[in-house]
Unconditional design. Structure first.
Length: 332
């Protein structure tokens, strides 16, 4: 199986967009002089640091991740030949991986969310270049999957986040006319039902989402060019507001929230310029800050937060190809 069609499209359009907007190659945070030693330059502790962890057994990208009880579950994905239904769990306490029951539907570019210890796999791209509305739930207590009510709108490249026990499926591609969408649909596991919510102002896919203090933030993504748009959704009022844009335009990155700060990690500005940069967004100040760069630049990675650290899993870059790399970011 060759790369999905949307990857090919990305190669062409990202290159055009980069030329038009003057995007630069993957950048590092500026090194600053040490405050007490003249002439010595180092990365301040405030930027955090990265460490390398045990590699994932199955190299893949366009996978998704979710954390349950200190284990990060890596779900689905692609290796440029085959779609995966593979599920592997990383234990941060022992730095080891174990294989779990496979997901019923092999797919890439899906969304995942965890509610009450159950991981939900939502949408994605499956065999035959079909994007789906499939929802399947994994229970780690029984190491088994069950099928749930399908999402109203089939799509891939969506992002899923959880607020107050409900999954919010945001953006993606495509509608019946092959358009990128701004659709937001919410799933209630208690009733196994979906409801449609206020659309996101900016239609996009391959975006990231994260939740801070009950507000969902939609970040970056792709719509005929890489985006840096940030928009915030308040479920109590079913409304969206515009926030400070991300410093770099990017799509297909990973997002994690630690101590009410949202981190955007990796991604791509086009198929050549793969990001290793990390930016942190503080909703309290509506401001972004550059952090220590990830050792391995990549896009199509999954991420998860365990005990105040962000784990970046898998992905792809042009130098190394499909990755099983795992690196952990400690913001302290």
């Amino acid at each position: 199986m060759s790369r999905p069609f949307f990857i090919v499209c990305t190669i062409i359009v990202f290159t055009i967009a980069a030329g038009a907007t003057g995007c630069s190659s993957a950048s590092n945070p500026t090194l600053v002089p040490h405050s007490s030693v003249a002439g010595i330059r180092e990365i301040p502790q405030s930027l955090g640091h990265w460490t390398t962890k045990a590699p994932m057994p199955t190299a893949r990208y366009y996978l998704a991740g979710g954390v349950i009880n200190g284990l990060l579950y890596a779900v689905g994905g692609y290796d440029s030949i085959s779609l995966f239904n593979t599920v592997e769990a990383y234990d941060a306490a022992t730095n080891t991986w174990t294989t779990k029951a496979p997901m019923p539907t092999a797919r890439l570019s899906l969304g995942t969310g965890v509610v009450n210890g159950i991981l939900y796999a939502v949408g994605g791209w499956t065999a035959g270049s079909i994007f789906v509305n499939t929802v399947e739930a994994y229970d780690p207590a029984t190491n088994s999957w069950t099928t749930k009510a399908p999402m109203p709108t089939a799509r891939y490249g969506l992002s899923v986040s959880v607020i107050n026990g409900k999954l919010y499926a945001v953006g993606g591609c495509c509608d019946s006319n092959k358009n990128i969408v701004n659709i937001v649909e919410a799933y209630d596991p208690a009733t196994d039902t979906w409801t449609t919510k206020a659309p996101m102002p900016t239609a996009r896919y391959l975006l990231g989402t994260g939740v801070v203090n009950g507000i969902l933030y939609g970040v970056g993504g792709w719509n005929y060019g890489p985006l840096n748009a940030v928009e915030a959704y308040d479920p109590s009022t079913n409304t969206w507001t515009t926030k400070a844009p991300m410093p770099e335009r990017r799509a297909d990155f990973a997002v994690g929230v630690i101590n009410n700060i949202l981190y955007a990690v990796g991604g791509q500005a086009n198929f050549i310029w793969v990001r290793k940069s990390v930016y942190a967004y503080d909703p309290a100040t509506n401001a972004w800050t550059a952090k220590a760069t990830m050792p391995t630049p990549r896009f199509g990675l999954a991420g998860g937060v365990i005990n105040g650290k962000f784990y970046a899993v898998g992905g792809f870059n042009n130098d190394d190809g499909v990755l099983n790399t795992v690196e952990a970011f400690n913001p302290r």
